[in-house]
Design a binder for this molecule. Structure first.
Ligand SMILES: [Zn+2]
Length: 853
C-alpha cells in the first residue's frame, strides 16, 4: 500500500511541475516503470570507427506498451563526455526532451496509452564499451547500459533486442542474437543480429574487433569461440577441452532443469585482461582469456577453475538469464545457483578429486575472510539505487552463499530441491522473481521452517561462534557438547545447521549433529576414543569454530597425522582461525606447516597450506623472523618442488617459493631460471610465468639489475596485450621512488584506472611488504579515493582496490592510518564502503594484535 501512495504523489508532482528523478536508477523509479511499461523491444544500431578516439554513433528505436499516460516517461542515459543526444522522435514526431541527472524525460503529450515508439539518435558513451585499439566489448552489469545508450536500465524490464553493427572491414562482431546478414563495401562491414528472447539490459552485450574464431559441433549444436591469442599452439592445446566443457555443462543443465537451452545460439568471447572471470550474456558469454587458455604448466586448481567458470556461466543461462532477479538486492541468488550448479557439473569430470575437500577449500577460507571481519555483510542486502549495486558483490555472495545453499539442499533433500527449482524456473521463465518467491516454493516441500532459517542465514550478517565442550576419561569421550552464540550480541540469533563432527586421532569417525539451539549435547559420541574433536571435520559446519583446549593442543602438534583428507583440510582451516584469534602463535603454525609440507601430497591441501604460509610469512611474521625462517622455509619449498610428481603440483610449489623467496642462493637460482640458463625439472614455464618471475625479482632488488631484468622481460614478451599490461605496471615496480610516485598519482585520473586488472597488479607491487615503509604515504589518498572508485569502477573494483592497497602492511603505523580514516568519516559516508574498508583492513588490525616484535 505504501508504494501506491508514494506513486500517486510522484504523479501529482509531475503534473504540477517537472519532477526530476534522482541520479542512478532508484528502486522507486524502477518500480514505477515496471508497473507502466511492457512488451519492450529495442532496435539498436552502432557505427564503430576504426580509430578508438573517434565517437561511436548510434540509433535506438525503443518500442513498448504503456499502461496509461500518467505523466512523462523517464529513460536512462548517462554517457561520459564521448556521448550526447542528437535527436528524439516520439511516435513519429520530433520531440523536445529534458535531460536531467542521467535521464531523458519524454513529455506526456508525446506518448499515448498502448503501443509507443521512441527513436533516439546519439553518440555512445565510451566507458562501458571498453574500447582498445582494435577491439571493444561491452560490460553493462549492473546498470551500465545507459552509460552507452538510452534505455530503461533495470533488470525487470526485459526486452527483445535487435542489433546492427557497422564495423571496419576485417573486424568480427558478436552479440546475443544470431547473425542474419553481413555485407562489406567501402572498407566497412555491416552485421545484423536477430532479435533475442526477453533479456535484461545488464545481459545485453556485444563485442567487435580483431578476433580469431574457432568453431566446433557438439551434440548437434554449433559453438563458436572468439579470441585474440597469438600463440597458435596454446589455442590448439585448449580448444577441444573448452568446447567439451561447454557442451557437457549444457547437457547437464538441460537434464537437471528439464528445460532446453533457452537462448538459441551459443558463442563465447575470450577477452584479454577481462574485468571478471566471466560474464553470462545469453548467447555470447564473455570470459577472461587467461582462465580458459591454460598454459602447459596449468595446475589442477586452474583446470578445475576453468571447468568451474564455464559451468558457472553456462548455469547462468537458466539461473539469472531465463529467470532474473527482480532487483539487484537478489543478485546473490543467480551467483549462488551458478556456483552450486557448477560444483555439481564439474565433479564427475574430475573423478580422482576429493570434491568435498575441494568444496571446503574453495569456499570456506574466502567466506571466512570476510565473515570474520567487522565489515561483513548479509547475503541479501537492501539496495535503494542501482548506482550502489557494485558494493553488493564479494566473498559473501560468491563463497558464503553456496555454503548456505548446500545447507538448504540438505534441509529440503536433493530431489525436493531439484523439483522446487524446476517449478521455479518454469513459473518465472523469461521473467523475474525474488528470493521469497523461491523460498515459498521450497517451503512447501519440507517440515523445517525455511522462512526463519532464511532470515538468519540470508538476511543477517556474520557467523555463529561455536565452542566445543569436551570431557575425556581414559582417552574416551565422557561428554561432548557444542554451544553457539551470536558475534553481534544485540541480535541474539541462533543458526540452524546440520553437520558432521570428526572424532578420533589419526583415524577419525564422523558423528552427525543438528545444532539448532544455543547448546546441543552429542550423546552419540560418548565412549568414542578421541585425541581431538572437530565440529567441521565433515566439511559442512559453518562458523567461528573454537576447539576445546585438548583438541587444540593435539592438533597444533599432530595435525599432519590425520589420515582423512577432508578432516585434515578442515583442521588446517580451523587452526588458521585459531592463529587469527590469538589461540595459536604464528610461528607455531608456520613450524607445523613446514613439517606437514614435507609429507603432504594432496594438491588441494598443499595449495591451501601454502596460502596460509604466505599470509603467515608476510603478514604475521616480523621482518627479523622472516629472515630467520627463510633458509629453512625455502628448503622445504624447494624440496616440495623437487619431489612433486605432477607438473600442476610443481607449479603450486614453484609459485610459493617465488612469492616468499629472499635468501641470496634462492634469488640467484630464480634469476638463472628467469634467464633460461636453468630449467625447473618437470615444469615448463610460460610467458606469464616469466613475467611474474621478473616482477617478483625486481621488487626484491631495488638496483639497476632490477631495471635490466624488467627491460629484458619487456623485450621478450610476444603477446601484445601482455606487453601492454607489463608496460603499464612497470613504473609501480621501479626502484626509483619518484617513478612510483608518478604512477600512483596517475591513478587519481579515472581514465588511468580503466584497466582494472592492470591497476591491481601494479598496486600489489607498489604496496608489496618489502616496499611497505616507502608506500605507506599512499594509504590515506587510496582510502579517500574509494568513494570515487565505487562510482567509476566495475563491480568488483572497490573491494579489490582496498584489498590490493592494504595487502602488504602489518605495522601499527599503517593500522593507525586506516583507523584515523574510519574514525573521521562523515556521518553520511556510505555504510557499504565503510564495511569494505573494515573488511579489507581486518588482517592489518589483527597483525597489530598478534605480531610481537
Ligand atoms: Zn556469475
Amino acid at each position: 500500500m505504501r508504494g501506491l501512495v508514494l506513486a500517486s504523489i510522484l504523479i501529482f508532482s509531475v503534473q504540477q511541475a517537472p519532477f526530476d528523478p534522482e541520479p542512478g536508477i532508484s528502486e522507486t523509479l524502477s518500480r514505477d516503470r515496471a508497473a507502466r511499461v511492457s512488451n519492450l523491444r529495442y532496435d539498436l544500431a552502432f557505427t564503430i570507427p576504426a580509430a578508438r578516439a573517434e565517437a561511436i554513433s548510434g540509433r535506438a528505436l525503443i518500442r513498448f506498451a504503456l499502461k496509461s499516460v500518467d505523466g512523462p516517461l523517464v529513460l536512462d542515459y548517462q554517457p561520459d563526455k564521448a556521448g550526447f543526444l542528437r535527436a528524439v522522435e516520439a511516435n513519429g514526431r520530433e520531440t523536445k526532451v529534458r535531460q536531467v541527472n542521467g535521464h531523458i524525460i519524454v513529455p506526456a503529450d508525446a506518448l499515448h496509452a498502448g503501443d509507443n515508439a521512441v527513436a533516439l539518435d546519439f553518440n555512445a558513451g565510451d566507458v562501458p564499451l571498453n574500447r582498445s585499439e582494435d577491439f571493444l566489448y561491452t560490460i553493462f552489469v549492473p546498470a551500465r547500459a545507459h552509460q552507452a545508450f538510452p534505455c530503461f536500465d533495470q533488470p525487470d524490464l526485459k526486452a527483445r533486442w535487435s542489433l546492427a553493427l557497422d564495423v571496419p572491414e576485417g573486424w568480427q562482431a558478436v552479440g546475443n542474437g544470431a547473425e542474419i546478414s553481413r555485407e562489406t563495401d567501402g572498407g566497412r562491414t555491416r552485421v545484423r543480429l536477430t532479435g533475442t528472447e526477453p533479456v535484461s539490459t545488464y545481459l545485453f552485450a556485444f563485442a567487435a574487433g580483431k578476433f580469431s574464431v574457432e568453431q566446433a559441433e557438439r551434440n548437434g549444436r554449433t559453438f563458436r569461440m572468439f579470441h585474440r591469442e597469438t600463440d597458435a599452439a596454446k589455442v590448439a592445446r585448449n580448444r577441444d577441452a573448452i568446447f567439451d566443457l561447454h557442451a557437457g555443462a549444457l547437457a547437464w543443465l538441460e537434464n537437471y532443469t528439464g528445460i532446453p537451452y533457452p537462448f538459441g545460439k551459443f558463442d563465447f568471447v575470450l577477452i584479454p585482461a577481462f574485468q571478471f572471470g566471466g560474464m553470462e550474456h545469453p548467447g555470447a558469454i564473455f570470459y577472461n582469456a587467461n582462465g580458459l587458455l591454460l598454459d602447459e604448466s596449468a595446475t589442477q586448481d586452474q583446470m578445475l577453475g576453468r571447468a568451474s567458470v564455464i559451468s558457472h556461466e553456462t548455469a547462468h543461462m537458466w539461473f539469472g538469464d531465463l529467470v532474473t532477479m527482480q532487483w539487484f538486492s537478489d543478485v546473490w541468488m543467480k551467483e549462488v545457483f551458478a556456483n552450486h550448479m557448477a560444483a555439481k557439473i564439474v565433479n564427475p569430470a574430475f573423478p580422482a578429486m576429493n570434491h568435498d575437500l575441494r568444496y571446503l577449500v574453495d569456499y570456506y577460507p574466502a567466506a571466512y575472510g570476510v565473515d570474520r571481519t567487522a565489515g561483513t555483510n548479509e547475503i541479501r542486502q537492501p539496495l535503494k539505487n542501482l548506482n550502489e549495486a557494485g558494493t553488493l558483490y564479494g566473498a559473501i555472495i560468491y563463497q558464503k552463499a553456496p555454503i548456505v545453499m548446500r545447507q538448504l539442499e540438505t534441509l529440503v533433500g536433493s530431489d525436493g530441491f531439484r523439483d522446487g527449482l524446476r517449478d521455479y524456473l518454469k513459473k518465472y521463465s523469461y521473467g523475474n522473481a525474488t528470493w521469497p518467491d523461491l523460498i515459498a516454493i521450497l517451503d512447501s516441500r519440507t517440515p523445517e521452517d525455511l522462512a526463519s532459517w532464511s532470515h538468519t542465514w540470508v538476511e543477517e550478517r556474520g557467523r555463529p561462534v561455536i565452542r566445543t565442550e569436551l570431557s575425556l576419561s581414559d582417552g574416551k569421550i565422557s561428554r561432548l557438547a557444542f554451544t553457539q552464540r551470536d558475534p553481534f550480541a544485540s541480535r541474539g540469533l541462533t543458526w540452524n545447521q546440520r553437520f558432521k563432527v570428526a572424532v578420533g586421532g589419526a583415524n577419525t569417525t564422523l558423528v552427525p549433529v543438528q545444532l539448532k539451539s544455543a547448546r546441543v549435547e552429542v550423546p552419540e559420541a560418548r565412549g568414542l576414543p578421541a585425541d581431538f574433536v572437530l565440529a567441521n571435520g565433515g566439511g559442512i559446519a559453518y562458523g567461528e569454530i573454537h576447539l576445546d583446549p585438548a583438541s587444540l593442543k593435539w592438533l597444533a602438534a599432530n595435525l599432519p597425522s590425520i589420515h582423512d583428507e577432508l578432516t585434515r583440510g578442515s583442521a588446517w582451516i580451523t587452526l588458521w582461525d585459531a592463529v587469527l584469534d590469538g589461540e595459536v602463535k604464528p610461528d607455531t603454525f608456520l613450524a607445523l606447516a613446514m613439517r606437514a609440507l614435507d609429507t603432504e601430497t594432496n594438491e588441494l591441501i598443499v595449495s591451501r597450506v601454502l596460502s596460509y604460509v604466505r599470509e603467515d610469512f608476510w603478514r604475521y611474521s616480523t621482518p627479523a623472523a622472516r629472515t630467520a625462517i627463510a633458509p629453512r622455509l625455502e628448503n622445504v619449498l624447494r624440496h616440495g618442488l623437487d619431489t612433486a610428481q605432477a607438473s600442476s603440483l610443481k607449479s603450486v610449489w614453484f609459485s610459493a617459493l617465488r612469492d616468499v623467496s629472499q635468501t641470496r642462493p634462492t634469488l640467484d637460482w630464480l634469476t638463472r631460471v628467469w634467464r633460461q640458463e636453468e630449467n625447473v625439472p618437470g615444469l615448463k614455464l610460460a610467458e606469464t610465468d616469466y613475467i611474474r618471475l621478473a616482477q617478483e625479482l625486481a621488487v626484491r632488488d631495488g638496483t639497476s639489475s632490477a631495471a635490466q631484468i624488467l627491460d629484458q622481460q619487456y623485450e621478450r614478451i610476444q603477446n601484445p596485450d601482455r606487453k601492454a599490461q607489463f608496460k603499464f605496471v612497470r613504473p609501480a615496480l621501479s626502484a626509483d621512488a619518484k617513478e612510483r610516485e608518478l604512477w600512483f598519482s596517475s591513478l587519481l585520473d579515472a581514465s588511468n584506472r580503466r584497466r582494472e586488472p592492470w591497476v591491481l597488479d601494479g598496486l600489489r607491487y607498489l604496496h608489496h611488504p618489502l616496499r611497505a615503509a616507502a608506500s605507506q604515504q599512499y594509504l590515506q589518498t587510496s582510502l579517500v579515493l574509494l568513494k570515487e572508485i565505487q562510482r567509476t569502477g566495475d563491480i568488483f573494483f572497490p573491494k579489490r582496490w582496498m584489498d590490493a592497497t592494504l595487502s602488504g602492511y602489518q605495522t601499527p603505523e599503517a593500522a593507525a592510518v586506516v583507523r584515523q580514516f574510519l574514525d573521521t568519516l562523515p556521518v553520511d559516508y556510505p555504510e557499504r564502503l565503510r564495511r569494505i574498508v573494515l573488511s579489507s583492513s581486518d588482517d592489518l588490525f589483527r597483525a597489530g594484535r598478534i605480531v610481537k616484535p
